[in-house]
Design a binder for this molecule. Structure first.
Ligand SMILES: [Zn+2]
Length: 64
């Protein structure tokens, strides 16, 4: 569903698209923790649902 996983360094807060044993920003080892960025994409998915759902609803209301 397009959920992006980022890895955040607990030491410096740098984010990386791929996991690494060593933070490339501050050089600390084993500080990257997996963090899923799903909130923003969930909002976009909700917007897309809102864009699609009114169409059939309006058509149904016109019929009645
Ligand atoms: Zn770091």
């Amino acid at each position: 569903m397009g959920k992006k996983t980022v890895y955040v360094c607990s030491e410096c807060g740098a984010t990386f698209p791929t996991w690494s044993g060593r933070c490339a920003s501050c050089g600390s080892w084993n500080t990257l923790t997996e963090e899923k960025k799903a909130r923003k994409q969930t909002e976009k998915e909700r917007y897309s649902f809102c864009d699609n759902s009114p169409v059939p609803i309006v058509k149904a209301e016109y019929r009645e």
